[in-house]
Structure formats: structure tokens, C-alpha cells
Design a protein around this ligand. Structure first.
Ligand SMILES: Nc1nc2c([nH]c(=O)n2[C@@H]2O[C@H](COP(=O)(O)OP(=O)(O)OP(=O)(O)O)[C@@H](O)[C@H]2O)c(=O)[nH]1
Length: 137
């Protein structure tokens, strides 16, 4: 199959930033695809949702934090061909939210300085996103 023959999966992801300018990464749990890798919180955009709505929902479900659509600013996107699908993943930045992030689904989380992002193995789609965050922060 050519790369263009794969279905496109739309996933919304968020770089959550704390007051020290660190970024939250979450570790993908055992049993999932890409287990053990560090990723941005988020998930698949469900039918009838906007990417922003997906993120407000996922940040609550995964991390127990509350944010609002105007607090999500688009930064860049990933476009990456995996074996079985093509991932299109807008990356938002969020600095305004309520609550204290914790891994509600058993996943490890970590606040990481921009210059240390490369110390955390990430899915291949994520690697081109790192310089955008380092330039921003
Ligand atoms: N949330 C998130 N997903 C990412 C990132 N990078 C990346 O390649 N992905 C991919 O985007 C998809 C997100 O799906 P998901 O989080 O909603 O669902 P899932 O892992 O349970 O699905 P899966 O196990 O079928 O892959 C996964 O295939 C995941 O590997 C990232 O930084 N954040």
C-alpha cells in the first residue's frame, strides 16, 4: 500500500505548561501500542467533536484537570505515517487550567523542562514537535 492508502486518524494533543515553563508528558501504559513511550496528553477526536472539545474531555479524563476551549492555543501539528494508519495530530498549548494533574488512568506523568524533552523517548510522530516547544518556551 502506498503511504496515501492508509486511513487518516485525527488525534488532538496538548502541551500543558506549568508556571515554571515545564511541559507535562504522560507515559503510555503497558498493553497499549507504543507502550512505555512518553507522549502529550490527548486522544482521538470522536465523531461530533472538535479537537478542542476532545482535549477538554481528555485532560479531565486522563489528568483530572479542567480547562476551557479559549485556553487552548494551536502551536503546530504532526503528520506521520505509521504501519497501519496515517496520524494527523494538531498540538495545542495550554497554560490556564484548574486542578493538579495526576495520572488518573494509572499512567506515570512527568513535568519536563523544554531542553530535557529529548531525554524522554517519544512516539516517532512527536519528535518533529520538540523544536517548536523549545522555541516557544
Ligand atoms: N495522545 C497522544 N497520542 C499520540 C501521540 N503521539 C502519537 O503518535 N500518538 C498516537 O495517537 C493515537 C492516540 O490514540 P489514543 O491515545 O486516543 O488511543 P489509544 O492509545 O488507546 O489507541 P491505540 O492503542 O489504538 O493506539 C495512538 O495511536 C498514539 O500512538 C501523543 O503525543 N499523544
Amino acid at each position: 500500500m502506498s503511504e496515501g492508502g492508509r486511513k487518516i486518524i485525527l488525534v488532538a494533543a496538548c502541551a500543558l505548561i506549568d508556571t515554571d515553563g515545564r511541559i507535562l508528558l504522560a507515559q503510555r501504559p503497558e498493553g497499549k501500542s507504543l507502550a512505555g513511550l512518553w507522549e502529550f496528553p490527548g486522544g482521538k477526536v470522536e465523531p461530533g467533536e472538535t479537537p478542542e472539545e476532545t482535549l477538554v474531555r481528555e485532560l479531565q479524563e486522563e489528568l483530572g484537570i479542567q480547562t476551557k476551549i479559549p485556553c487552548l492555543a494551536p502551536l503546530t501539528f504532526a503528520s506521520h505515517t505509521y504501519e497501519t494508519f496515517h496520524l494527523l495530530m494538531p498540538l495545542y498549548v495550554c497554560r490556564r487550567y484548574e486542578g493538579i494533574a495526576h495520572g488518573r488512568e494509572g499512567q506515570a506523568i512527568k513535568w519536563v523542562r523544554p531542553q530535557a524533552l529529548r531525554d524522554y523517548p517519544m512516539p516517532p510522530a512527536d519528535e518533529p514537535l520538540i523544536p517548536f516547544l523549545q522555541d516557544l518556551l
